[in-house]
Design a protein around this ligand. Structure first.
Ligand SMILES: [Zn+2]
Length: 306
């Protein structure tokens, strides 16, 4: 069974007029999945917003209090050049994390095998003590921490194909050796982190600007998928950012919808090998609305295929 999670609450957060990270992203993905008949047989559930306790497994109390304190009653508060808080921001962020926790429960209780969380704002740049890069709290890290504690899991893998490196998720796995993290990204762009990792539980796959799908898939075939295989995860999370698409305005890789389909198909084969196909995919970036909707559709098609 395939589980699809989304909520109008994820449309409440706003970064201001004209910002690429906007509510239309989840709206257009939802419409495209529906038009492609990919939701007809999907299980859908009501999302409970995540609790403070869940957030605090990953983020510091000071960070959380600061976010709450700065939440405006109207207008916007800028956190950095790219990221803002609006009145509905925490409602969106807590619902987004809540979707991931709902997916963890459904999969661990065998109601579903794969899940796609069509949520925003994204999360993988949010560090323990710092929101940044359009991200407020780190949903995938909050989901992994919850799964480790509630279901006593010992090994979880997070795979991340967003065009930007997930510095927030790296910050989390540096403190959590039960989670392995593989991230492919365009080198020398935001967040400008070291392209090499010295952590045993993390593999970075930097890609040169203008790389195409062939180079992307080769990097994962050569080392990324094997790194996951050897870790023997009991559950796999995907940080699914579609901003490596050739039409995306924020980066310079040249992937197509077909590349996202092929990558997802390979990941699903691996997931069936190591963890009975238990996969939770969570939306991260992707800022060309048409390319985003088509890429997410290709991704979900492959998630459902096996
Ligand atoms: Zn991104």
């Amino acid at each position: 069974m395939f589980l699809y999670l989304s909520s109008p609450h994820c449309q409440q957060h706003s970064n201001g007029w004209g910002h690429p990270e906007n509510a239309q992203r989840v709206v257009q993905i939802g419409q495209a999945l529906s038009e492609a008949d990919l939701l007809n047989n999907a299980l859908q559930k009501t999302i409970q917003p995540t609790t403070e306790e869940d957030v605090l497994r990953v983020h510091s109390p000071t960070f959380w209090e600061t976010l709450k304190k700065h939440l405006p009653e109207s207008g916007f508060v800028k956190i950095d050049d790219d990221t803002s808080l609006s009145p509905g921001s925490l409602e969106s962020a807590l619902t987004a994390s809540g979707a991931v926790l709902t997916a963890v429960d459904a999969i661990m209780n065998q109601e579903a095998n794969q899940a796609f969380c069509n949520i925003r704002p994204p999360g993988h740049h949010a560090e323990r003590n710092r929101p940044m890069g359009f991200c407020l709290i780190n949903h995938i890290a909050i989901g992994a921490a919850y799964a480790l504690e509630k279901y006593s899991l010992e090994r979880i893998a997070i795979v991340d194909f967003d065009v930007h490196h997930g510095n927030g998720t790296e910050d989390y796995v540096a403190r959590e050796h039960r989670v392995a993290y593989v991230s492919s990204f365009e080198e020398n762009i935001f967040p400008f982190t070291n392209p090499v990792s010295d952590l045993n539980n993390m593999l970075k796959l930097p890609l040169k600007s203008h790389s195409d799908g062939h180079a992307f898939l080769k990097a994962w075939h050569d080392s990324g998928f094997d790194f996951v295989r050897q870790f023997k995860p009991q559950l796999i999370f995907i940080s699914a950012g579609f901003d490596a698409h050739k039409q995306d305005p924020l980066a310079n890789l040249n992937l197509t919808e077909q590349d996202f389909y092929n990558w997802t198909q390979q990941l699903m084969q691996l997931a069936h090998e190591v963890c009975e196909g238990k996969v939770i995919s969570v939306l991260e970036g992707g800022y060309d609305l048409k390319a985003l909707a088509e890429s997410a559709t290709a991704h979900v098609k492959a998630l459902q295929a096996l």
